[in-house]
Design a protein. Structure first.
Length: 674
């Protein structure tokens, strides 16, 4: 047997491990995650067990040391259950502390540090001390009513104990499954030939989402409180630390470890301690939670849109594993975006089995230099999203090839385009590509496009299922399938008649609405109107070159390329011709006779009492203005109604002129008089 390839593989593994051993033990600067090191180490050890005669004297094996269900009633949270921001390094933690100090100048800040339990967040309502409701976090605004299931959790008080029980108390916390209970649950399931759970969190969540409370009651669940959302009357406590310990007096359990510290440096010490004791904890954790302890300071700091400013999760390093890229495929999204996806040899990382990872775009592929056959490190960043972090060039097979962007769409064979300066490539066959057809049809029939009333998402899905809609042109041939339409559930004679009438009526349209309906990348309503006014007919627009398109108001260089490429995709032209053959038509646009605001960029923001923003936009466009959705130094004026927000702030910062509604109406009246 030729053992040379085996020996070469062994030597490569030994050299890789030696390099990382030196970085870890000598330089005190690890360059590889423990999980990655262990995986390479075991690869070498397995080879040595198979070929003991080839074991090398310098092998490290010879040395000592070395991440809302519809079946439950939905409940709206009285106080939203916000998520937490994340930090992953001490530098990011210091930045969090710096923001706190800047908002609380000259104040002493203490931090409450808790274990970040890896469970399912729920909210519990107690009225006069009695549990009346248990609700999952859900989307933060509404959750699932799981009251009957939470009542089966053994350590959760059904009635509060102690004195001075509040009239209303809403407690937030985590339902989890201790490690020992999880291991026994999986052992029992395996013995019965049943499916096992990937991790304790999944086991806890799955247990609480059973319709039969007896199933939840049979599972080893526990509840740990981490905060109070409401208390009537107020409990009168001043700090987070005090609040949690008050909850223990009422009968709740809290996490087995908690610290009160005076500086962010002490927070880091807690983090290191948690990392050390993590294996010995009775429950799984994925980091720690750092909260400003003083409740009045919390109130001063307030909230961002989705998270409190006064708390963050300090997460453990991302878990990693090594695996092989078996293939790289290109997927086409609903808007035509091409996304490369690496098909991996399945690997268990961060509590789940990962077999597919997005590579985002061709730029990311080139940055990583990832190729089919490569060995890669897969991380679950923040214990959530799998990501290829690194390519191991040491293990690259011979004769691998660079990955290139496809020239044609893998679905419809239309050209793939990516203008200079853009990161994402897209299929140019927006009207034809089957991967994009749902989005193309939805856009085409919209009120501001072809305005085909009654052709909603549910019916579109039914028509696709019956193979009656390959692209938007087929809409105008649905009358040929009247009998088939009548077989669709809830599609009666009257509904079919109304739908076909709306389709027929939509044939009489306007050029700018038709252009907008085509769904060309970067062409919104305003741009479509500018194109119609500039070119006056569809043929001129379709034949326009890049320079002509770039000279059109409201059309930038990249949008010009999208338009140009769209009209040079053969399949798009086929669909457009079918639309025209079906009788879609319009009168030539009328050029405005007087445009005092010609070429000026205006922005409308806030709420106008006399008209909607769409109407205000139309009036400005009739005067020749280009109405934009964002404020820049090129903006001529901002029309600001009530509750105007960031756009007004930016206009004032840039020194852009601002009109209130009264001034705007006076201007319109003045131009009408002239």
């Amino acid at each position: 047997m030729n053992t040379a390839p085996i020996l070469t593989q062994m030597r490569t593994l030994i050299q890789v491990l030696a390099k990382h051993n030196h970085a870890y033990y000598v330089m005190d600067n690890p360059t590889i995650a423990d999980a990655e090191y262990d995986q390479i180490f075991h690869q070498l050890k397995d080879l040595e067990q198979q070929y003991p005669d080839l074991v090398q004297t310098d092998s490290p094996t010879q040395k000592v040391g070395g991440e809302a269900l519809s079946k439950f009633e939905s409940i709206t949270h009285a106080v939203p259950m916000l998520s937490l921001g994340n930090v992953f390094t001490f530098a990011e933690l210091q930045a969090f502390d710096q923001r706190i100090q800047e908002r609380l100048p000259n104040q002493q800040v203490q931090y409450d540090v808790e274990l970040k339990l890896d469970g399912l967040a729920i909210s519990l309502w107690y009225e006069y001390g009695v549990l009346v409701r248990g609700v999952t976090r859900g989307d933060g605004e509404t959750g699932e009513d799981i009251t009957q299931n939470v009542k089966t959790i053994r350590n959760l008080p059904l009635q509060l104990s102690g004195e001075n029980i509040p009239e209303l108390l809403e407690v937030r916390g985590e339902v989890l499954m201790p490690k020992s209970g999880f291991e026994k649950l999986n052992r029992d399931a395996e013995a019965k030939g049943e499916k096992t759970f990937a991790n304790p969190r999944n086991a806890a969540a799955g247990s609480l989402r059973q319709l039969d409370p007896k199933i939840a009651a049979s599972r080893p669940l526990a509840f740990c409180a981490y905060g109070i959302a409401q208390c009537v009357p107020q409990h009168g406590l001043n700090s987070m630390h005090q609040s949690l310990h008050w909850l223990t007096q009422l009968g709740f359990e809290i996490a087995e470890k908690q610290w009160l510290v005076n500086s962010i440096a002490e927070v880091e010490q807690c983090y290191q301690q948690i990392m050390h004791i993590r294996p010995n904890l009775s429950v799984e954790i994925d980091g720690m939670v750092v909260k400003v302890d003083d409740l009045q300071q919390q109130k001063q700091l307030g909230f961002l849109s989705r998270e409190p400013r006064w708390a963050t999760a300090y997460k453990f390093p991302a878990q990693a594993a090594l695996t092989t890229v078996e293939n790289i495929e290109w997927q086409v999204g609903r808007t035509g975006t091409l996304t490369p996806v690496a098909r991996l040899k399945p690997v268990f990382v961060g509590g789940v089995t990962v077999s597919n990872v997005t590579l985002h775009n061709i730029g990311e592929i080139h940055r990583l230099d990832v190729r089919i056959g490569d060995t890669v490190s897969v991380y679950r960043t923040g214990d959530v999203i799998p990501k290829v972090e690194k390519v191991w060039l040491e293990f690259r097979p011979k004769n691998t090839q660079d990955m290139q962007l496809p020239i044609q769409c893998p679905v419809c064979e239309s050209p793939v385009v990516m203008p200079e300066g853009e990161a994402l490539a897209r299929c140019a066959g927006g009207l034809y590509c089957s991967a994009q057809r749902i989005e193309a049809i939805r856009h085409f029939v919209a009120r501001k496009a072809m305005d085909i009333e009654g052709l909603g998402d549910r019916w579109v899905e039914s028509l696709l299922h019956l193979n009656l809609l390959d692209n938007v042109a087929d809409i105008y041939h649905l009358h040929e399938h009247r009998e088939t339409l009548l077989t669709i559930e809830k599609m009666g004679e009257k509904s079919v008649h109304n739908l076909l009438a709306a389709i027929e009526q939509s044939k009489e349209t306007q050029l700018h609405r038709f252009i907008y309906a085509l769904g060309i990348r970067g062409v919104g309503e305003t741009t479509a109107k500018m194109l119609a006014q500039t070119f006056q007919n569809l043929t001129a627009l379709m034949q326009a070159d890049l320079e002509q398109l770039k000279k059109t108001p409201d059309v930038g260089d990249i949008t010009a390329e999208w338009i140009y490429d769209f009209f040079r995709a053969e399949h798009n032209m086929e669909v457009i011709q079918r639309l025209l053959d079906a009788g879609v038509k319009w009168e030539a646009p009328k050029a405005p006779t007087r445009q005092p605001l010609n070429g000026e960029s205006w922005v409308v923001t806030g709420t106008l009492a006399s008209m909607g923003r769409d109407e205000a936009t139309q009036k400005l466009q009739a005067l020749g203005a280009r109405v934009s959705g964002s404020v820049s130094a090129k903006t001529k004026c901002v029309v600001a109604g009530e509750k105007a927000g960031s756009k007004l702030d930016k206009a004032e910062k840039l020194g852009v002129a601002v009109m209130d509604e009264t001034q705007f109406l006076m201007m319109l009246e003045q131009y009408q008089e002239h």
